[in-house]
Write a protein that binds this ligand. Structure first.
Ligand SMILES: *Cc1c(COP(=O)(O)O)cnc(C)c1O
Length: 372
C-alpha cells in the first residue's frame, strides 16, 4: 500500500486516552477488511496472543476481545462473571471504582463498597475485616491505577490475600496494563480488564479481558446481557479461531496489532514503564518548580497521569487550557468534586522532550498571566 503522508496533528494529547499515537498505528487503519476472512481472523488471534505476551502468560489464560470502550469490558466482567447468588466487594477510591458499584446496581448484584478518600489507597487490614464480617463475599474488584487522580493502588498487597480466601478477583487495569509491569501469577488476578487506547497506545474501540480459563469457563450461563456475554464471546472466538460474535472494529484491531508490535520494538512493558516514569518525574519536578503542587503523595503516585492543585484562587483553568492548546498541548480537567485540580497525562507517543516543551510553555504562561 502506498503510505499516505502523515497528517499534522493539531496538538499533543496529554490525557489518559485516547492519546497521541504513532503514524504507523494510524496508517494501519487505512484498509477496509473482511471480518470472516482468514487474514483477519489471524490478526485477531495475533492480537490475543500479543496481549498474553505483554502479561507474560501461558495457555492457562486467555485474552478475550470485546467491542467498545473500556467500560464495556468492565461491565462485561461485572455482568457476566458474578452468579445470581454472588456477592461483590468493591474497593473504590475514585470514579472508576465507583462505576463498578453503579454497574452492580444496574444488574441487581449484591455488593459491599469499601470507599476510601480519593487521595488514599485501600488498606488490606480493612479488607480483611470486611471479608471476615461478610463470609458470603464471592467476588472482589478493585482498580489498579485510579485515573481519577493518578493514584496507584496496591494490587500486589491486597489481591493475593483475597484470592487465597477462594474469592474470585477482578482488577480494572485499564490505565496501567502495558505501561506498568504486573506480575499476574504472583498477584493472583482471575480477570483483568484493559483497553486498546491507553498504555498499549492503540486507538479507542476495543477492550479486552485477560481471564484465567478455568475461572472463565465456570461462568457459563451467568451473563445478564447478550452483547456483553464474556463467556460466549470467548467460546465463539475460540471455536471459530478469531471470528468475532458480532461486527468487529476491524480498523481498530489492526491499529492495536501495530501498537503491540511497537510495544515489543520499544523493549516491552519494562522499557515503556521507564519512559513513562521519566516523563512523570520531569513533569512533577518541573511543575513543582513552577508553583503547581501535586495532589497525590509521591509514594503512591502512578507514572501515568498526575493531578495538580490550582496554584492560587485567581487561577482560571479554562484560560490555562486554551493557552496550552494554542501552544500545542491538550491537558485534562480534574475529576474531583471536592478539590480544584487539573490533570496532565504522560502516556502515548510522549517523550521527555515533549514534557520539557510543555514546562517551557507553562513557564511562559505564568509570566504572561502573572499568576504566581
Ligand atoms: C479509562 C478507564 C476506564 C474506561 O473508561 P472508558 O471511558 O469506558 O474507556 C475504566 N477504568 C479506568 C481506571 C480507566 O482509566
Amino acid at each position: 500500500m502506498k503510505a499516505i503522508q502523515s497528517v499534522k496533528q493539531p496538538y499533543l494529547l496529554l490525557t489518559p486516552g485516547p492519546l497521541s499515537t504513532s503514524d504507523a498505528v494510524k496508517q494501519a487503519m487505512l484498509i477496509d477488511y473482511c471480518t470472516w476472512d482468514e487474514d483477519y481472523k489471524k490478526v485477531t488471534r495475533e492480537v490475543q496472543q500479543g496481549i498474553l505476551n505483554v502479561a507474560d502468560l501461558d495457555e492457562k489464560y486467555v485474552a478475550v476481545l470485546l467491542q467498545g470502550s473500556g467500560s464495556y469490558g468492565v461491565e462485561s466482567v461485572i455482568s457476566s462473571v458474578i452468579p445470581k447468588e454472588g456477592k461483590l466487594l468493591i474497593a473504590a477510591n475514585g470514579a472508576y471504582g465507583k462505576r463498578m458499584a453503579e454497574m452492580a446496581d444496574c444488574y441487581g448484584i449484591e455488593h459491599v463498597d469499601y470507599l476510601t478518600k480519593s487521595t488514599e489507597i485501600p488498606k488490606l487490614e480493612k479488607i480483611q475485616v470486611i471479608i471476615q464480617e461478610n463470609p458470603d463475599i464471592t467476588h472482589f474488584a478493585m482498580v489498579h491505577c485510579e485515573t481519577t487522580t493518578g493514584i496507584l493502588n496496591p494490587i500486589k498487597t491486597i489481591v493475593p490475600w483475597v484470592a487465597d480466601q477462594e474469592i474470585v478477583t477482578i482488577v480494572d487495569a485499564m490505565s496501567s496494563f502495558g505501561g506498568i509491569p504486573i506480575d499476574f501469577a504472583a498477584t493472583k488476578i482471575d480477570f483483568l480488564i484493559s483497553s486498546a487506547n491507553k498504555c498499549l497506545q492503540g486507538v479507542p474501540g476495543v477492550t479486552f479481558v485477560i481471564a484465567d480459563k478455568d475461572k472463565l469457563v465456570a461462568t457459563a450461563g451467568n451473563a445478564r446481557t447478550l452483547s456483553l456475554d464474556l463467556y460466549d464471546q470467548y467460546v465463539v472466538m475460540s471455536a471459530q479461531e478469531g471470528k468475532w460474535r458480532f461486527t468487529s472494529p476491524t480498523h481498530v484491531v489492526h491499529a492495536l496489532h501495530e501498537a503491540l508490535r511497537e510495544l515489543r520494538v520499544e523493549g516491552g512493558v519494562t522499557a515503556r514503564y521507564e519512559r513513562y516514569r521519566e516523563n512523570q518525574r520531569l513533569l512533577s519536578m518541573g511543575m513543582h518548580a513552577l508553583g503547581y503542587l501535586p495532589v497525590i503523595d509521591a509514594k503512591v503516585q502512578s507514572p501515568i497521569i498526575t493531578s495538580f492543585y490550582y496554584p492560587n484562587e485567581d487561577f482560571d483553568f479554562n484560560d490555562f487550557y486554551l493557552y496550552l492548546k494554542h501552544h500545542g498541548f491538550v491537558i485534562y480537567p480534574g475529576k474531583l468534586t471536592e478539590l480544584d485540580t487539573f490533570r496532565i497525562g504522560n502516556i502515548g507517543e510522549v517523550y521527555s522532550e515533549d514534557i520539557q516543551k510543555l514546562l517551557h510553555t507553562i513557564a511562559a504562561y505564568n509570566q504572561a498571566r502573572v499568576v504566581l
